[in-house]
Design a protein around this ligand. Structure first.
Ligand code: SUG
Length: 445
């Protein structure tokens, strides 16, 4: 079966700000309270997506979510009109307002876990939206993500599940902790699920582990995966405590290649063996393991070397790493990339991309995209209006320049005019992306 690996990037929402909301995410913590530029952020993200579409990859977009999530504040007992609710919530807790204003759905790698139809028992493409229960601001995303996926991937061939139960035992952060390896995208693959803790183990280190083994197993069951082709690996505690709140901060893979830091997994040799066993008869996995003495984990996390997109580009026989520009500015990662591409390993090229606005919140190029392996037939069933083209790019950049603020300080979230500015942007967007005029909660009121 012929299939492509498409990327769907989260459009960065109009309220992108530095709330310092993610304990364990070093960039988010470091930039708490800084002034953001929502306009630069969305244009950087769209630029990255357009460049890959221009290079011949299938590229889509996913919509931002409604923020502020005023409905959430109402559930907490705040009353009045929307402006009054924001004001009284701010008086009670500015941190709460920062949470309901976060543009975090931009990090589409956390939107869902995706299993291509070649891997599933019913031969449908399965998606489980992540419940993101570990952090308050991200726990608001799951239901709206499910709705978005239904509109972008309509039709019988797509099985969009609901998120796993909202309980710590089933803490799930989506594709950021999931890698699929295969001989070619349309062939049966090995699905690697990476977890940080067992469900019952609440806190074993300094920073939280956001993914549980139980959630990984539940997703593999729901998606109807062959147990012999699934691998469950534990992240190393050292990696989490160094700031790898998701496995995709220290590991990325595509086709038969897994690129990862020496400290990514609790048992690296066990990981290799388990992957080889699961791939037996399908392909020979190639491991590119980066040693600590060449790229210290500290540099890997500051530069986000592994939060790159590892891509098979049309016409190229070796893979390309679409890496954050910070990797070019960090000595160890720049030198490593030069050595790696000069060698004859599977990764032959590194491109550096500027997504600094997202990076300052701990989101690199790989966080901004959800990978979806699509057969030709499935590709034809995707909502066309969400696929990147010259026309869509022109429309979205024009839309962003019209609606987005150039600067946003976390204290600006108190300003009631931001509610209307954000809604007016999202209202126009539903038209551009063919999502329907009832897509957002405020459109249904
Ligand atoms: O969940 N940052 C996100 C970054 C997500 C990165 N995604 C992947 N690695 N796939 C997070 O920690 C920060 C928001 C703030 O502080 O305002 C934030 O949510």
């Amino acid at each position: 079966m012929s299939a492509v690996e498409a990327n769907f990037d989260g459009i960065i929402g109009p309220t992108h700000n530095y709330g310092g909301l993610s304990f364990g995410n070093i960039a988010s913590d470091k930039n708490r309270g800084a002034v953001s530029s929502p306009r630069d952020a969305v244009l950087e993200g769209l630029g990255k997506a357009k460049a890959l579409a221009d290079a011949g990859l299938v590229q889509g977009v996913l919509p931002p979510q409604e923020r502020p999530a005023v409905g959430y504040l109402r559930r907490l007992g705040f009353v009045g009109d929307d402006a009054a609710i924001i004001e009284s919530s701010w008086m009670a807790s500015p941190a709460l307002v920062r949470n309901v204003y976060s543009a975090s759905p931009m990090w589409a790698a956390n939107a869902a876990t995706v299993s291509p139809s070649t891997d599933t028992s019913d031969k449908r493409l399965h998606m489980t939206p992540a419940n993101l229960v570990t952090t308050l601001h991200r726990s608001l995303e799951g239901a709206a993500t499910e709705r978005a996926l239904q509109r972008v991937f309509p039709g019988r061939q797509f099985a969009v599940h609901n998120p796993l139960p909202m309980q710590s035992t089933f803490a799930d952060e989506g594709a950021a902790n999931h890698v699929r390896l295969c001989a070619e995208h349309g062939a049966a693959g090995v699905e690697i699920f990476v977890y940080g803790r067992e469900g019952g183990e609440l806190q074993s280190g300094h920073f939280p582990a956001r993914q549980t083994r139980e959630s990984c197993e539940a997703i593999a069951r729901r998606h109807g995966l062959d147990p012999a082709r699934c691998v469950f690996l534990k992240q190393s505690r050292k990696a989490i405590d160094a700031g790898a709140f998701h496995n995709d901060v220290v590991c990325v893979g595509t086709l038969n290649t897994l690129f990862f830091h020496e400290m990514a997994f609790a048992d690296p040799e066990g990981a290799r063996q388990a992957i080889r066993r699961a791939a037996d008869g399908l392909f020979d996995p190639v491991f590119v393991e980066v040693p600590e003495d060449e790229v210290p984990i500290r540099d890997a996390i500051a530069s986000y070397l592994f939060n790159s997109q590892l891509l098979s580009m049309p016409g190229e026989d070796r893979l390309m790493l679409n890496a954050p520009i910070e990797c070019e500015e960090t000595d160890s990662t720049r030198e490593y990339c030069a050595r790696m591409t000069a060698g004859n390993g599977p990764i032959g090229k590194v491109a550096f991309v500027d997504v600094r606005q997202s990076m300052r919140n701990g989101g690199g190029p790989a966080c901004l995209r959800l990978r979806v392996v699509l057969t030709d037939e499935e590709c034809a069933a995707v909502n066309r209006d969400c696929l990147m083209s010259d026309d869509l790019y022109a429309k979205l950049t024009g839309w962003a320049k019209q609606h987005y603020r150039d600067r946003l300080h976390p204290d600006d979230l108190r300003d009631p005019s931001l509610i209307e500015d954000s809604r007016s942007a999202l209202d126009s967007l539903t038209g551009l992306l063919g999502l329907g005029a009832d897509f957002y909660p405020f459109q249904r009121n």
